[in-house]
Design a protein around this ligand. Structure first.
Ligand code: DGT
Ligand code: CA
Ligand code: CA
Ligand code: ZN
Length: 592
């Protein structure tokens, strides 16, 4: 296993995320160190963003300094640090920087309500240098005595810390999926492994993942050797547990825990079923089976009286024996799926291949990093099933996101028209993500809104109040096609603002307004349970990636996962239809 060169072997594509993390932390250090470092802050932030946006592993760009130089935000100095990292596994400047900032403070600076200036003040005045001390200072009331730390601010800090603690225990689905697929590939390559698959919450596509579960089959004689190879895979930081049939490892990447369980061929289906969960679903299924005279566990299905093995090699044969539809993993949440499967009434869930276009994309006109022409070209090349892409840049009040003025939208229309003429088809659609202002009115005039093909209305301000009325008022506007990221949450960072979902869903039905499923990994907004409710009531949903870079269009699979967990068929999702139908949806609302 040990590599002889100084190059550290990483799990596939692990470099980008790790190096982006290092650069991000370097920016935080420079922020902490103060005003003279401002240009460095910007440089490292940019480099970090570029790395996160790369399609391929950074090592493929690193043939020489010149190719690196061409990357956006990568100058000579950063290019040399990238090469240093690829060769040695670390960046010496970062190691030195870390000594100039109390190490326990670095992670705190990413928390909502903190930031480098706040953290520095608290370090100077109260000697706080890590998370525990921060928590105890807040709880003991020591912060209240400081100038500028009012109850509202402290409450906000407390909430931020709580979410931060929760987020560290769980990964976002998107990250877990990449880590899971990479480690699964490594497991499948271990000699002796016959079959292996992801199980647990990752297979159910839950929005956050505690640990990654893998079930694999192999001949019993090979088990010991396989476990030995598994715990010494590249990228393993620590072995948490190792046994005869299972092992748990902690990866360097994201500190992700991976559990592997080995079973025999005959047990594979029942083990997969068991370890896919969820726990409540397992218990309900087992109880039901017991009532039918069967015993179900991770080793198979048995006759309760004779203990004779009846099924278990595949999940399919188990469901068949039970007289049930196959229950897609995303539905295994004990929300009525067992009963529906028995009746043969499970919905035929939407799939990524049903998607005909992306409904939410930002370009360089506002805060995206790609030009509209690049976006169109890239999508046409990489997503041959797509028939359209909706460019939805921000409206004027989004100043930080470089929202467009009405005049600029006019120029953008001209660019889109010209591009479509060149393509010979109306592939790029004129959309907008218009701000819903605090009083529920919109940031652009009706006169201008009328000229868009698709109007997405989103809340980006006053995120702590109940926003039900504001969202309802936006639905009442005949020109609004869809509400963007309706809950406003950022998983692990910011909770949803209060929304009365029942009221909003009723409002969407009444006015013929769609609700977005935003596919950004930390949004997944609306959440799956709300999607289920909305679709059941007849609300049309529109899945958008909210892409700000060329490598984010794949987030579509995240939005599709939310829709699947919300029991959606393709009929519930607007962008599984040709554009003509979307136009019909829009004009039907406008003519109400
Ligand atoms: P996570 O890792 O917190 O995101 O969630 P899961 O669902 O992946 O949970 P995990 O990793 O603890 O266990 C994987 C599956 O194994 C779980 O979904 C159901 C099954 N399982 C684990 N413990 C039990 C148990 O005590 N009873 C039953 N019926 N199933 C269990
Ligand atoms: Ca798990
Ligand atoms: Ca587990
Ligand atoms: Zn937005």
């Amino acid at each position: 296993m040990a590599t002889t060169t100084t190059t550290k072997k990483r799990l596939e594509t692990g470099h980008n995320a790790e190096l982006a993390g290092i650069f991000h932390q370097m920016a935080s250090c420079y922020r902490y160190l103060g005003a003279k470092q401002r240009f460095r802050v910007i440089a490292y932030d940019n480099a970090s963003r570029t790395l996160n946006g790369l399609k391929d592993d950074i090592s493929t760009y690193a043939a020489d300094v010149k190719t690196l130089d061409k990357l956006h935000g990568v100058g000579e100095s950063i290019a040399s640090k990238i090469l240093e990292y690829l060769q040695t596994g670390h960046v010496a400047t970062f190691e030195q920087l870390k000594h100039r900032v109390p190490p326990g403070l670095l992670p705190l600076m990413d928390i909502n309500g903190f930031g480098p200036a706040t953290v520095k003040t608290l370090h100077r005045k109260l000697g706080i240098s890590n998370q525990e001390e921060m928590i105890s200072a807040i709880e003991s009331g020591r912060l209240e005595r400081l100038k500028g730390f009012g109850p509202k601010r402290i409450d906000n800090m407390r909430k931020g810390l709580k979410l931060f603690a929760g987020q560290h225990a769980r990964m976002l689905l998107w990250e877990a999926m990449h880590i899971g697929n990479a480690i699964l590939k490594e497991v499948l390559a271990i000699p002796g492994i016959k079959k292996a698959g992801l199980a647990g919450s990752l297979r159910r596509r839950k929005e956050t993942i505690g640990d990654i579960d893998i079930v694999a089959t192999a001949g019993k004689k090979d088990w010991k050797k396989i476990i030995g190879q598994f715990i010494s895979l590249p990228g393993v930081e620590r072995v948490l547990a190792g046994g005869e049939t299972k092992a748990s490892i902690l990866l360097e990447r994201n500190k992700a825990q991976v559990d592997l369980r080995l079973v025999t061929d005959r047990e594979y289906g029942s083990a997969l079923l068991y370890f896919t969960g969820c726990r409540e679903h397992n218990i309900a299924l087992r109880t039901w089976a017991k009532g039918q005279g069967w015993k179900l566990n991770e080793y198979g299905v048995f006759d309760a009286e004779t203990d004779k093995w009846l099924a278990g090699a595949t999940e399919e044969e188990i469901y068949q024996l039970f007289g049930m539809h196959f229950i897609p993993p995303e539905l295994r949440e004990e929300r009525g799926e067992i009963d529906m499967a028995r009746k043969g009434l499970l919905p035929r869930l939407i799939e990524t291949k049903d998607i005909r276009g992306d409904m939410h994309v930002h370009s360089t006109w506002s805060d995206g990093t790609a030009e509209i022409s690049e976006i169109a070209e890239y999508i046409r090349k990489s997503y041959p099933g797509y028939e359209y892409v909706v460019i939805t840049d921000h409206s004027p009040s989004q100043r930080v996101a470089r929202g467009l003025t009405p005049q600029e939208f006019g120029r953008q229309f001209a660019e889109i028209d010209k591009l479509n003429a060149k393509l010979g088809l109306p592939f790029v659609r004129r959309g907008v993500e218009v701000d819903i202002l605090p009083d529920g009115s919109l940031d652009l005039s009706d006169h201008l809104l009328q000229q868009f093909d698709w109007v997405l209305a989103s809340v980006h301000s006053n995120l702590n109040q109940d926003n039900t009325d504001r969202l309802l008022k936006a639905c009442e506007n005949p020109l609004v096609c869809c509400i963007g990221h309706p809950s406003g949450r950022l998983i692990g960072k910011r909770e949803s603002y209060p929304v009365d979902w029942e009221k909003l869903i009723a409002g969407a039905v009444r006015t013929g307004t769609a609700l977005e499923i935003n596919s950004q990994p930390e949004r997944l907004d609306i959440p799956d349970v709300v999607a289920k409710e909305a679709a059941a009531k007849g609300v049309m949903l529109a899945i958008g990636t909210d892409s700000h870079a060329i490598n984010q269009f794949d987030f579509m699979t995240m939005g599709v996962s939310v829709a699947r967990r919300g029991w959606c068929t393709k009929e519930n999702i607007l962008n599984t239809f040709p554009w003509k139908e979307i136009e019909r949806f829009r004009s039907s609302k406008r003519s109400r």
